[in-house]
Ligand binder design. Structure first.
Ligand SMILES: [Zn+2]
Length: 476
């Protein structure tokens, strides 16, 4: 997502729906006292920022989601089939799930005992599952997606303005489907979205089918690349789906609410040029399709939902579109191994704005100056975050981007391009941490390049601008 300003956060807090100001009532881990006999308190997967989310020892490889919804009401019914590999022996399977009520769980097509407590769905296999076992879980559910607030935003499955859409970063995908809700565990997806006549469903991935019956339409989507749960984008509304000419192998389609004026659609027109510029730096675009989906909410912050970035319905600069497109490489294809490393998403997408500005022949020095000035005004910290409020601060964005620029000045454009391409290719469909990126830097350009980055990565204070950059900025 783009860097959120304090003003935007305040606006959201003040203007958001009344309900959005109510703190969520459930906690991620259920108390022991609420558990039925036989179930145990699940351990979270141990993410540094969201330790209660996810389950250690679970690898979900695929989600097949059938979601029946109606933008006029805020309930949905769903059926999720998860393909899972047990990475350790499991006496109990714990998924993140808050909101709709589960009515049935099938483990390898056999009815299984389950409990839905707190923000967890717990399932008891009849006999413990051994490490290495592959199994399927089918979950049937119906109800209202949980109201989920984090970082001053309303997240999850949102129904308003005659539309429904997903907006789940960082931790809200489990408000509308049961999942292992951490980017470290990505999965492929197939979707079957069942909506009333007059509405259109669009989603991450390639549309593979559609049929209508009894006043409803089911549309199918396939996203074969392993992607984070929060990055799954779905939108249901009265939409105008616009197909653009393909850009090489990449199909292009956008979804605009039918009343979207041309001035709001305009910033997305140069997507083919943007793809070409970013491909030149990052390597091949990692998916088969790309486009944007606009919501009616003018306050929303853009979000890099995979292959179908989500945007607010207001006039905005082209650089926001560019930023979310860059996330398709860094955030969606290369996933976070831990939320504390979010600069690997945001620093890279912010730096892409400079690459685009250079392509347009603009003076990138003003951007560099603005980034450094913004950082001087904030309390400094190392790049790796230690708490949720830090995730989307200027360190993740601008210090992350400046770190990449320092690297580029140190090793030159050709090596910098090799670092970006090798990192994007090596970790496509996988998760990465800060050390993984530094290892790629070391492989391409040696330890001296890593050493040059260390103050920018690790120092608790803001490093002074390197002399070479100072000179560049001093030039008029
Ligand atoms: Zn971003």
């Amino acid at each position: 997502m783009p860097r959120r300003s304090l003003l935007a956060a305040l606006l959201l807090a003040v203007l958001g729906s009344g309900a959005a100001q109510v703190a969520p009532a459930v906690s991620a881990v259920p108390p022991v006292s609420s558990l039925p006999a036989g179930f145990s308190v699940p351990a979270g997967a141990g993410d540094s920022i969201y330790p209660a989310l996810g389950t250690p020892g679970l690898d979900v490889t695929h989600y097949d989601l059938s979601i029946r919804s109606d933008p006029r009401i805020d309930t949905l019914s769903g059926q999720a089939v998860l393909n899972i590999t047990a990475l350790s022996d499991l006496n109990q399977i714990a998924l993140d799930f808050a909101g709709p009520t589960t009515s049935e769980v099938l483990l390898n097509d056999q009815v299984a005992r389950f409990a839905q407590v707190g923000e967890k769905l717990l399932i008891l296999p009849s006999t413990p599952l051994k490490a290495g076992t592959r199994f399927t879980l089918g979950v049937t559910y119906q109800g209202t997606p949980a109201l989920h607030l984090d970082l001053g935003l309303r997240l999850g499955w949102i129904t308003q303005d005659d539309a429904s859409y997903t907006y789940s970063e960082p931790d809200a995908a489990h408000t509308y489907f049961p999942c292992n809700d951490l980017p470290a565990d990505g999965a492929s997806f197939t979707l079957h979205l069942d909506v009333p006549a007059g509405y259109t469903a669009v989603a991450s991935g390639v549309q593979t089918g559609q049929h209508s019956q009894n006043g409803r339409t089911v549309t199918d989507f396939d996203l074969p690349q392993e992607t984070a749960t929060y990055a799954l984008g779905i939108q249901v509304g009265r939409l105008d789906v616009v197909t653009r000419p393909r850009a090489g192998n990449v199909a292009l389609r956008d979804a605009f609410p039918t009343d979207t004026p041309p001035s709001v659609r305009a910033p997305f027109a140069r997507v083919a040029d943007m793809l070409s510029v970013l491909t030149g730096w990052f390597g091949p675009y990692p998916f088969a399709v790309y486009g944007v989906a606009l919501t009616h909410d003018p306050q929303l912050l853009a979000l890099e939902t995979a292959t179908l970035s989500t945007f607010p319905a207001r006039e905005q600069g082209e650089e926001v579109g560019l930023h979310e497109l860059a996330h398709q490489w860094f955030g969606d294809s290369v996933r976070l191994g831990d939320w504390s490393d979010v600069w690997l998403n945001e620093g890279f997408a912010t730096y892409a704005e400079l690459l685009w500005a250079e392509h347009l022949g603009q003076d990138s020095r003003s951007l560099l100056r603005r980034w450094y000035t913004a950082l001087m005004r904030q309390a400094a910290r190392p790049l790796v975050a230690t708490a949720a409020p830090q995730l989307f601060d200027s360190t993740s964005y601008q210090r992350g981007a400046l770190t990449l620029h320092v690297l580029r000045l140190k090793i030159g454009d050709a090596s910098f391009r090799r670092v970006l391409q090798q990192y994007a290719a090596s970790y496509a469909g996988r998760s990465a941490r800060t050390a993984d990126f530094l290892n790629v830097v070391r492989e391409v350009s040696g330890q001296t390049a890593v050493d040059a980055l260390q103050p920018w990565v690790s120092s608790p204070s803001l490093p002074p601008l390197p002399r070479i950059l100072k000179k560049v900025l001093a030039r008029t």
